[in-house]
Write a protein that binds this ligand. Sequence first.
Ligand code: CAA
Length: 260
Amino acid sequence: MDFKLIIYEKSEEIATITLNRPEALNAFSKEVVEEILQALEDIRRDENVRVIILTGAGEKAFSAGADIKAMIGMNALKARELSLMGEKLCVSFENLEKPVIAALNGYALGGGMEVAMSCDIRIAAENVRMGQTEINIGLIPGWGGTQRLTRLVGRGKAKELVFTGRMIDARTAEQLGIVNMVVAADKFRETVRQFALELAAKAPVALKVAKALIDKGADIGLGSALALEREGFGVVASTEDLQEGVKAFTEKRKPTFKGK
Ligand code: CAA
């Protein structure tokens, strides 16, 4: 696969997608999104890939959002297309049946923050600055920011962040539950890798079903969500991996899960 705007690597059951436009703070252009979607297609098909890391090249940014320079002269129809493109990208991460870790190594702004919020786990380096900054250029979030942020932090804080366009630091993002953890810069890459390896060692079907239940269940009533969980529990219970897990427990050893 020949990519120009992302770096796509696979090792130790981890696929890493690195946004690679550091000169533009890894802003998402149409071409960047197309390359990511192509990489995700490969990830979907490759049974050896169990966990995905999404990160940014350089020390400064995960991503500063959608490409502002491409917005010059943008009309309503083009804006709708841009919104649809980001929606497709974010939903692709959510629908991927494998855990996705956003490794936030700097600015995560606008669409950058929105894409990060569509990933399953967010690990932030200490220098992270996050924000739905669109209002500062006379815009609103268009890649799910008004919705996913609200689901993460509640209406009050979501309005504060979207209305002011202020950036928050890593500790504030952690306190608000926008990121799962904050890590010192010198330990950042290794911590992300170890977290990914931890997930890669878990039973893939159990992870897949748990991800779907948490995401889908959040949008429906509790009774229906619990019914979904019951069915999912049944599916996971029918896997060979459960038997391996139980056997490993009784034999006092680590299980080896195959995703079957
Ligand atoms: N799109 C295109 N280019 C961008 C960009 C973006 N979102 N963000 C930064 N860049 C470019 C800059 O234009 C600059 O390029 P040039 O040297 O060619 O001018 C380069 O990246 C470095 O940026 P700065 O010189 O601005 O770096 P800085 O350290 O002074 O400031 C920053 C960093 C505060 C992040 C600032 O770049 C910034 O505010 N960027 C915009 C962030 C933003 O508002 N993002 C939201 C975009 S809209 C959106 O995402 C809509 C949506 O919901 C999908």
